[in-house]
Design a protein around this ligand. Sequence first.
Ligand code: NAD
Ligand code: MG
Length: 381
Amino acid sequence: MKNILLLGSTGSIGISTLDIVRTFPDQFSITGLTANENIDLLIEQIKEFNPKTVVIRNKEKAGELKNRIGNKCEILTGDEGLIEISKRGNYEILVSAIVGFAGLNPTIEAIKQKKRIALANKETLVVAGELIIELCSQYNVELIPVDSEHSAIFQCLKGENKNNIDKIILTASGGPFLNKPTEELKNVTVNEALNHPNWKMGNKITIDSATMMNKGLEVIEAFWLFGLPKDKIEVIIHPQSIIHSMVEFADGSIKAQLSTPDMKLPILYALTYPERYSYHGVRTDFKLLNQLTFFEPDFDKFTCLKIAYEVIDEGGVAPSILNAANEVAVEYFLKGIIKFNQIPEIIRYALDKIFNHQRATLETIFESDFRTRELLKKKLN
Ligand code: NAD
Ligand code: MG
């Protein structure tokens, strides 16, 4: 039996993780759940999975939660509650599925507890990649990617010698605006941007997919996770999202990992690695797939992808500035305050204005995140 602490249980990855736990009741149990503010769903999850402790991050919701569940489990609140629950260490696997920068601190605490990290929260590696990789090696921690592309590469690399990698090829669906002319991007609505062709995900990552910043973040994530120079990380558009990513080796041979797109598969793999469980929840019928197609990404149309590659060269806390600016820009786009094509403009503005400390320590990362948010909130309000 493996005990799981699930951060972000009410989100898209959180719900899929619980679906896996429900499927394998003899293999997995839940020791902790956390949510930002969706107490209705959290209460359902508490009743079904009986965690010892939960965190409701929004403190205003704590009273109501307490009234409704009584003493069924311990309730912690706020960002400090997230850190505290990770520090408890009464679990074998942390599923890090909070969205955004908020996932960083509790993930670090779980690494210090020497727990396996099933990492969905890509922002953790984007803002603090070097630090996280160092900590994982210092504490001898298994960092298993949940992001489907990185899970695919991780699986393709099993049994291979890293020196034999020629390049990794990250596939991208291209999002809802793949075929929209650049000049029309300024007029797209929030609903159009939220209408992802292949994946049902949280709002932030869905907008990131529409701008292709999601792929940019994933390039940075791969850079740290697999320790390859950026010119060995290629992005290819593959609208069907059947091939989740590929690795090309020195001899020209290519390995790919494929399936019907469903996050339950990379989640399950991160929980069971290096084993594979018998699971029939997601299957792929090749007779029903009429074609797999591939295109080069348009870096001029999807500027966010270009900026993400540039930020790797800038180093220091530039990825942290990029991430914070993107989080603010996406939030303001979702609220209808800025237009879709302003998202990359705002990110560029922040990268120009905020000082890039070349030493990315936890302190400079937090500082640049804070400064970027302050700067942009002042500018946009
Ligand atoms: P989501 O918005 O559906 O869920 C986010 C979860 O985090 C919710 O439980 C929410 O309550 C919680 N949360 C939000 N803000 C918080 C805060 N400030 N503090 C604490 N908790 C907070 O997001 P998602 O789509 O499940 O994505 C989660 C993470 O996984 C993201 O980093 C995303 O990039 C990554 N990811 C998601 C998918 C996917 O298919 N959804 C695929 C790959 C990677
Ligand atoms: Mg992905």
